[in-house]
Design a protein around this ligand. Structure first.
Ligand SMILES: [Zn+2]
Length: 267
């Protein structure tokens, strides 16, 4: 019988805990290690909707990219959403594992998959790990032939399966070196520029980072936080299923992007 700890050890080996950012909270966050596991659900975030799906489908372990709990809790009551969700999961004997920034930075992590997916070659971490330069935060790489901003946007939306993407900065027409940072990665703009990139693809960022991109003539492509990471949640379910063939593993079917185009005001 597969246990929570068997899956924890497998995930810790794939997404090394030491790659997690200092501010993060990763690994096995809820549950008994010896508990048996027959059903595993992967999702980007534990929300009322994904927690309900996990409970309905009698899940033993949820592998949620974003940590729950993330910040320390002093009370576990139904007064706050994180504590209420934790109560729901614990009452239903559901364990939680969150790889988060370890997954972002791993050798086969989200950023590597994103870089490969949009066709970059010669891919390396933007901020390499001190001990192993093949892993680390974000990625950058190059295209064999230069792309226009619009062509790069096509590659990103095609890989992520989304129709819309926001861009900031100049409409460059000869992009050869590009950095990628899943989620909310505007902080990598300066590093991407110093590494010779003409563009940064990240899920989302703030207004002032968009202005900064314009000032330093870097293109910024923003497909959305959800889209920039959710594809890897589906891949993770497949990968886990190959290793734990006796366990039923699926990516949450009820999860969706909380940000939607208004139906009357779509682009
Ligand atoms: Zn994220």
């Amino acid at each position: 019988m597969t246990t929570v700890d068997d899956i924890r050890r497998h995930l810790d080996a794939a997404f090394l805990p030491r790659l997690a950012e200092e501010w993060d909270n990763t690994g096995l966050l809820v549950g008994r290690k010896i508990a048996p596991v027959q059903r595993v659900m992967t999702c980007l975030t534990i929300t009322p909707s994904t927690a309900a799906e996990a409970i309905t489908r009698q899940t033993d372990l949820v592998v949620a990219h974003h940590p729950l709990p993330f910040r320390p809790l002093q009370k576990i009551t139904d007064d706050t959403t994180p504590a209420r969700l934790l109560l729901d999961l614990i009452e239903n004997r559901i364990a939680v594992y969150s790889p988060h920034t370890s997954f972002d930075s791993a050798a086969t992590g989200i950023n590597q998959q994103l870089a490969v997916g949009i066709g970059l070659t010669g891919i390396s971490p933007l901020i390499p790990d001190d001990d192993d330069p093949d892993v680390g935060a974000a990625r950058h790489g190059e295209f064999a032939e230069s792309l226009t901003l619009s062509e790069l946007a096509d590659r990103v939306t095609a890989f992520l399966g989304v129709s819309g993407i926001k861009t900031a900065g100049p409409a460059l027409d000869r992009i050869t070196r590009v950095a990628v940072a899943c989620g909310s990665g505007g902080e990598f703009l300066g590093c991407a520029r110093r590494s010779g990139c003409q563009a940064l693809v990240t899920g989302e960022t703030n207004f002032h980072t968009c202005l900064e991109a314009e000032s330093v003539e870097m293109a910024l492509l923003l497909p959305g936080h959800y889209a920039s990471e959710r594809f890897a949640i589906e891949k993770l379910a497949e990968r886990l299923g190959e290793t734990f063939s006796n366990v039923e593993i699926w990516a949450s079917a009820d999860e969706s992007d909380p940000i939607r185009w208004n139906s009357n005001h779509a682009p």
